[in-house]
Write a protein that binds this ligand. Structure first.
Ligand code: SF4
Length: 244
């Protein structure tokens, strides 16, 4: 995926070889640290450094994305591609849309395999920290994808909303299946079972709204992580980035 990506294209686009940066604060958050309140000691920092280096050697970040024209919209409903997505308050939150974009992200299976091996070897602190690195990496990847979509949309006069995922903000996890019908995981090796669990486990599915009138007035978090220079639409200064 690049700035040339067509955010409205129904053809699946795959992004790989992503120069992803794993956010240290995000890893520590998965470890239970509260930003600004908890300060990790030297032993934790050393463990983090070891897990991060190991994680970065194992992750293979990949994203697949495709868009579908919206055929119906209601206060809590989006219709597209023959699917009905029941998402509380989505009409107010996203405004009028022309398309929805469905995306899937994964950092692959190798990191999870290594976590299991570390458990078997009783290397528990490193196993747990490496698992957190994987969780943070796929979160960063989803942020990265959202930023790339926004960057690609602005030059062609459309907006891409913040992403949402099944299982969050009142959106029923069972609709994960509909999201996979909109954007199959096969091009990047993600599968979904009947319980709506994705494999590899370090994967995230997401939905965005697309259109000239799509609401992006809550884009602060997104802009804070975005590396786009001189963006006329930036709503908050970049504090960090999810790109190397
Ligand atoms: S700075 Fe904000 S508005 Fe500009 S491309 Fe990045 S995420 Fe989009």
């Amino acid at each position: 995926m690049s700035a040339a990506l067509d955010v409205r294209s129904p053809r699946p686009a795959v992004l790989d070889h992503v120069p992803l940066r794993v956010d240290r604060d995000e890893v520590l958050r998965f470890q239970g640290y509260k930003k600004g309140a908890d300060v990790p000691d030297a032993a934790v920092r050393a463990l983090f450094d070891e897990a991060l280096a190991l994680g970065e050697s194992l992750i293979e970040p990949r994203v697949v994305y495709r868009a579908e024209p919206v055929t119906g919209q209601g206060p809590d409903l989006l219709e597209a591609g023959g699917e009905r997505l029941n998402i509380p308050d989505i009409g107010r939150l996203w405004g009028r849309l022309e398309e929805i974009g469905a995306g899937l992200c994964t950092v692959g299976e190798a990191l999870e395999r290594r976590v299991r091996e570390l458990w078997d070897e009783r290397e528990l602190p490193l196993a747990v920290m490496l698992d957190s690195v994987g969780s943070a990496a796929v979160e960063s990847l989803a942020e990265y994808a959202n930023d790339v979509l926004c960057q690609a949309a602005l030059p062609v006069g459309v907006h891409v909303t913040n992403r949402i995922s099944p299982g969050y903000a009142g959106w029923d996890t069972a609709e994960q299946a509909a999201l996979f019908r909109l954007c199959p995981g096969e091009p990047i090796g993600i599968t979904l079972n009947e319980a709506c669990v994705m494999t590899p486990g370090k994967s995230i599915s997401f939905l965005v709204g697309v259109g000239p009138a799509a609401r992006v007035d809550h884009y602060f978090t997104q802009c804070r992580r975005c590396w786009m220079r001189d963006c006329a639409y930036r709503r908050a200064p970049a504090a960090t980035t999810v790109r190397r």
